[in-house]
Design a protein around this ligand. Structure first.
Ligand code: MG
Length: 298
């Protein structure tokens, strides 16, 4: 199932993307389930709501049908309860290119490197990313597979990990390299407004039997900058879930970005950065394309 969140006539709705159009269950006046307006509730109650969602898809009621062009996409889960957890240097070629940019030799990290992006940086498919040249001069792209947690858990083992996954989406871990460098830390440079586009929707895990065999790519103005496969991750999804949940409880709706492959702007020769009007498309096979344009902001 492809589930997301959109604005329609000024209101926020959960949608189901059925391939030809969207269905907005919340438009049914006789079925005002809270989950139809709040992805966090839908994720937490998914097992219970799944038969109802399947029935809505089967019925394909024209009263719930909306054209893609008539909505504004929000992030699929626009207001998670905690920061987006992110893996750093989780593809070997990216670890190497990052080290080379500082004249060092890159090797795979021994343990997963984990940082977070602020909830306030989350934005949706087709959103314009505010670019403030007074604050940032080195805006960079990072396509990533994001995992959405479906169930509360602590000390989750590798073997149990996928039981705790709800689904997957595409995430662009936009990064202000100069802020990152100047402040010696990931958080500030990766949490500016608009730094975390996600979407267009979450694909539930039943439709992605192997999340480690997906093509992953990023295009800037139509030119391929990153092209890899999610099978190349150093720490796979079970390892990531096992590591994080060893010390903290994971909750339904938590989001984990699994790291970016090589081809980012700062490691190119010469380095390349995003500028106003650039269009960034992040694509993961089996999920979809997340598209954003860079805009100017004060
Ligand atoms: Mg990243």
């Amino acid at each position: 199932m492809k589930l997301g969140t959109c604005l329609y006539e000024g209101e926020s709705y959960v949608f189901i993307d059925v391939g030809t159009h969207l269905l907005l269950p919340g438009l049914d006046e006789n079925d005002q389930e809270m989950a139809w307006f709040d992805m966090g509730i839908l994720i937490a109650d998914y097992e219970e709501l799944k038969p109802k969602l399947e029935r809505i898809i089967d019925l394909d009621n024209p009263a719930l049908e909306i054209d893609y062009a008539d909505v504004t996409y929000q992030a699929p889960h626009p207001h998670p309860n905690q920061n987006v957890m992110c893996l750093g240097l989780n593809y070997l070629e990216h670890a190497q290119e990052s080290a080379q940019a500082f004249n060092k030799t890159g090797k795979a990290p021994q343990y997963p490197i984990i940082f977070t992006k602020a909830v306030s940086s989350i934005t949706g498919h087709n959103a314009t990313i505010p670019f403030d040249p007074d604050t940032c001069s080195e805006l960079d792209w990072e396509v990533e597979l994001a995992v959405i947690i479906g169930k509360q858990g602590r000390k989750i083992t590798r073997e149990q990990a996928y039981d705790y996954v709800f689904g997957y989406t595409v995430l662009n871990d936009l990064s202000a390299r100069d802020i990152q460098r100047n402040h010696k830390q990931f958080f500030l440079g990766k949490s500016f407004d608009g730094a975390c586009p996600m979407g267009p929707y979450i694909v539930t895990k039943d439709e992605i039997p192997n999340p480690h065999d997906l093509t992953i790519s990023c295009r800037v103005n139509g030119i391929i900058k990153q092209e890899a496969n999610t099978g190349l991750m150093i720490f796979d999804i079970p390892a990531i879930i096992e590591t994080i949940s060893r010390s903290q409880t994971l909750y339904p709706g938590d989001i984990i970005a699994t790291g970016t492959p090589s081809g980012v702007g700062f490691a190119r020769n010469p380095p390349e950065f995003l500028k106003p009007n650039d269009v960034v498309e992040c694509e993961i096979g089996g999920i979809g394309v997340l598209k954003n344009q860079i805009g100017l902001s004060a």
